[in-house]
Design a protein around this ligand. Structure first.
Ligand code: ATP
Length: 872
């Protein structure tokens, strides 16, 4: 029953608190009545930790105080609040008052399913918390943040029908909260904002404080951005640049000067929103809506024009839903798919942000959905973000509630880096000043490092951040500045310091390298000098030789005596020895060693420095970090693979989303995705197992053949023995016959003949005994053969059973494989085709094997029967 583009009816159902006559509406249950009673100061009775109340149905529940922490946003940039809505009619008719949650304190809640899980958040708002109370706790501080120049964002998350629109928009028909108790967060925020603006303007009149507020309202429907303030503009594009950051191109911006203006825009935009009836919600938002207001202020102080700005995003997300429960079909189903997909990306972004804040380096897939791309700054960026996770307490929504609680739990760990967006002067001037001051800062730090005096006077500088008009003035360590800018400044300072330390380290390295080079040059010069010395030595020796020759000539001509010559010779030899000795000392090899020694000394010195300066520890740390990164990458891969498998098993994406945490990892499943690779790996694994089974089967077949051969041999042997026995028997019978005949012929003759006959009988007896022994041995052998045949038959049977099990295994594998192949078929047709072919081949092969086995078995049986017959 689509209610599309019906502004009046859609708007009515959307922005008004459900009328009591509506059968599907959330009723003013006793709890709601209690909440109203509370607002009317009606008496309640107190429990130890909160307020204990009993409703008309006798159900007792505890109420806990819902109060803001005034210092929360000083130390935090992300706040997570759980809002429990009252049970509605259909839930009560299905599950009565049975609830899946139990609130334990104003911050903790227990999911009472199996196993019980306890969650802690910044705040838990039970069903008694009114719209006004929620605004005071969550909305007012956000207004303060915006006024202080912080980008702020509030988004409502939760399953369909959990109360997101009620929280963010509520009843806006009446205008502002003065008119309706159910008026939601957005109108209340703007009413408060404009009254603050008015007050500020009045109190700072002399500063010429001016405010400009521009608002826009968009929805992301089926991954398309539509302008709710101008529905004729469709499919808008998100852009990103250094100056404006992330923005929607051509989105209509309307200047607003009062809360009434804003509500007018809200009413207009809400009427254009895609709303439809589902089983879970009569007026279910089928899109994510983002209401943005940019608040700019300018004032003058001490001759400087200040410029501050803040972007306020109020987001009403579409609810996650299970097709089963929501009964989505056709267009609704397509919407639900897109909603769940973008919510999955949101979940993944949050999960990765949490990992990143834990020091892991992961890619955050902001661009995987329009929602996350647009909210990039609000998630892990420059923003103070409040997340309201809406849940239903009913047992009917147990799994969805658990899923929302888990999402909220993760979101708690997101770390944003919110800074005041303030600019004290023009960007260019500020940047020039920044460069100048940075230069001064560098020289100052250099001076510090080289022991120079610290120049405190030049310690003031201004930093401007590209991409936002914000800048801040560095006033030195003693300067006074907003504590809210100090975070950013601190991190910038740290970056500069890190860069500087890096530069100094490099400089130091260069100095060390220079020293090493100088040492090498000195050594080379020494070597050159040594060469010169060597040449000198050689020249000297040459001169000695020449002098020696001349002296010998003189001795030959008798000019000098041989004795004088020898003395002279001795003298010169001694000199030469001296020269050679010095040469040996300065020998090339020795020099090389000396140089090496020098280099080693240098290396040693460097290593000592390395250890002393803690460089070794640093490097170890770096190695550890790299190792951790590697492990994380592997973990991530494994996790993706596991999740892809879960996705596979869990069926459709939407059902998965509602049924647990794994749903948050569902990605677009592109062919190059980890899911695909894990499928291929699984296929590969199955293929390998099939191959292994095949080889095992081959081995068994071989064993079977050997067994059969052995059995045949044995049978042959038994047959031989049986034939031998038969022959023996016949020959024995023949011999006995012959003896008998001979005895009959010889009977009438003499006693010697009788003696001779008795001798023959003795021989015969001996022969008979030998034959009996032989027969006994043959029978024994036959019995043994029989035994081993029985054993072999048993073994055969076992092998056959094993083969059967293997075949069954193989069939199972083939089944698995076929399923995997069917799933990857769409992405890889060629692969599927080849898999099918292989499959057919394998099936044939298995059939063949079965056939062979059957034949072998039959053959065995036959042989066995034959043998049995033979034995009997
Ligand atoms: N805290 C609450 N107190 C009273 N009524 C509530 C509360 N929260 C939600 N409701 C009612 O529950 C019904 C569904 O709420 P709502 O439309 O805000 O859900 P939703 O989360 O925005 O759903 P969807 O994602 O389908 O758009 C509405 O009639 C709304 O008035």
């Amino acid at each position: 029953m689509p209610i599309f583009s019906e502004p009046v009816s859609a708007l009515r159902s959307r922005i008004r608190f459900q009328e009591p006559s509506d059968s599907e509406s959330v009723q003013c249950t006793p709890l709601v009545l209690r909440s109203q009673a509370k607002e009317n100061n009606q008496p309640q009775y107190s429990a130890s930790r909160g307020t204990c109340e009993r409703d008309d149905h006798g159900v007792t529940s505890q109420s806990f105080e819902f109060q803001e922490d005034p210092f929360f946003w000083k130390d935090h940039n992300v706040q997570v609040i759980i809002r429990i809505r009252p049970l509605n009619n259909s839930e009560m008719s299905l599950q009565g008052y049975n609830k899946c949650i139990r609130q334990d304190s104003c911050q903790s809640i227990t999911w009472t399913g199996h196993p019980e899980s306890r969650f802690t958040f910044d705040l838990v708002a039970d069903e008694n918390v009114s719209q006004e109370n929620l605004f005071k706790v969550a909305g007012l501080p956000m207004v303060d943040n915006c006024m202080g120049g912080y980008n702020s964002c509030m988004f409502a998350y939760g399953q369909t029908g959990s109360g997101k629109t009620h929280t963010m928009l509520g009843d806006i028909e009446g205008g502002t909260r003065r008119h309706s108790v159910n008026c939601g967060m957005t109108p209340r925020v703007f009413e408060s904002l404009f009254s603050r603006i008015q007050k500020e303007k009045e109190s700072r009149r002399e500063e010429k404080l001016r405010f400009t507020c521009k608002c826009s309202f968009l929805e992301i429907y089926n991954e398309q951005i539509l302008d709710l303030l101008d529905p004729s503009i469709v499919n808008l594009q998100i852009r990103e640049d250094a100056k404006r950051g992330v923005y929607v191109e051509n989105l209509k911006e309307v200047e607003v000067t009062s809360a009434r203006d804003v509500i007018q825009q809200l009413v207009q935009g809400a009427a254009n929103r895609k709303v439809a009836a589902t089983n879970m919600n009569l007026a279910s938002s089928r899109s994510h809506s983002v209401f943005t207001c940019v608040i700019e202020s300018k004032w003058e102080s001490q001759g400087v024009t200040h410029h501050r700005f803040a972007r306020l995003n109020l987001v009403d997300l579409a609810g996650s839903e299970r097709q089963k429960s929501s009964g989505a079909e056709g267009e609704r189903l397509k919407e639900a798919t897109n909603i769940n997909k973008s919510l999955s990306t949101l979940g993944l972004v949050i999960m990765n942000l949490v990992s990143v804040s834990n020091g892991k380096s992961l890619h955050v897939p902001y661009r995987d959905s329009k929602l996350t791309f647009l909210l990039q700054d609000s998630l892990g960026g420059n923003s103070k973000t409040s997340i309201i996770a809406n849940i239903s307490p009913s047992n009917c929504c147990s799994l969805e509630t658990l899923s929302t609680l888990k999402f909220a739990q993760r979101a708690k760990f997101i770390k944003n880096n919110a800074i005041v967006n303030e600019d004290a002067s023009g960007d260019v001037i500020a940047m020039r000043m920044q460069i100048q001051q940075l230069k001064k800062e560098v020289s100052r730090l250099r001076g510090l490092v080289h022991g120079g005096a610290e120049n405190q006077e030049n310690d003031n500088w201004t930093v401007c951040f590209p991409g936002s008009p914000g800048s801040f003035k560095w006033e030195g360590l003693q300067g006074s500045f907003s504590p809210l800018t100090s975070n950013k400044r601190g991190s910038q300072k740290k970056e500069y310091e890190a860069a500087l330390v890096g530069a100094f380290r490099r400089e130091k390295d260069k100095e060390i390298a220079l020293q090493a080079l100088t040492a090498e040059t000195q050594a080379a010069m020494q070597l050159a000098k040594q060469r010169e010395d060597e040449i000198q030595g050689l020249k000297m020796r040459l001169r000695f030789r020449e002098a020696g020759i001349k002296r010998l000539e003189a001795v030959a001509s008798g000019k000098i005596s041989a004795e004088t010559h020898l003395l002279k010779e001795k003298e010169e030899h001694l000199k030469e020895i001296e020269v050679l000795r010095t040469q040996v000392n300065r020998n090339q090899e020795v020099t090389r060693f000396a140089m090496e020694n020098l280099q080693l000394k240098e290396e040693l010195r460097r290593l000592k420095l390395f250890v002393e300066d803690g460089e070794r520890e640093m490097m170890n740390e770096q190695i550890m970090i790299l190792q951790n990164k590697l492990l994380e990458a592997l973990d991530w891969r494994l996790m993706n693979e596991a999740d892809s498998r879960i996705d596979q098993k869990g069926g459709s994406n939407m059902e998965n989303f509602a049924s647990g945490e794994a749903n948050l990892l569902i990605s677009t499943q592109e062919p190059s995705s980890p899911w695909h690779s894990s499928m291929s790996e699984e296929n590969e694994f199955l293929r390998m197992q099939a191959i292994q089974n095949q080889s095992e089967m081959d081995a068994l077949r071989k064993k079977l053949t050997t067994c059969l051969e052995e059995r045949e041999n044995l049978e042959r042997r038994v047959n031989d023995l049986v034939t031998a026995l038969e022959e023996e028997r016949t020959s024995k019978a023949m011999k006995q016959e012959e003896t008998k005949q001979q005895l009959q012929a010889d009977l009438p003759f003499s006693s010697t003949v009788i003696d001779h006959r008795s001798n023959i009988a003795l021989d015969d007896q001996l022969e008979l005994k030998t034959m009996v022994d032989a027969i006994a041995a043959a029978s024994q052998r036959e019995a043994q053969a029989h035994e081993s045949t029985v054993l072999l038959a048993k073994e055969n049977e076992e092998l056959r059973m094993k083969l059967k099990v293997l075949l069954e295994d193989n069939n199972k594998l083939i089944e698995l494989y076929e399923r995997a192949v069917a799933e990857t078929k769409v992405q890889d047709n060629s692969f599927a085709a080849s898999s099918e072919e292989k499959e057919v081949e394998r099936t044939k092969e298995i059939e063949n094997l079965e056939h062979q086995l059957h034949e072998m078995h039959e053959e065995n049986e036959k042989k066995w029967r034959g043998q049995k017959r033979l034995r009997t």
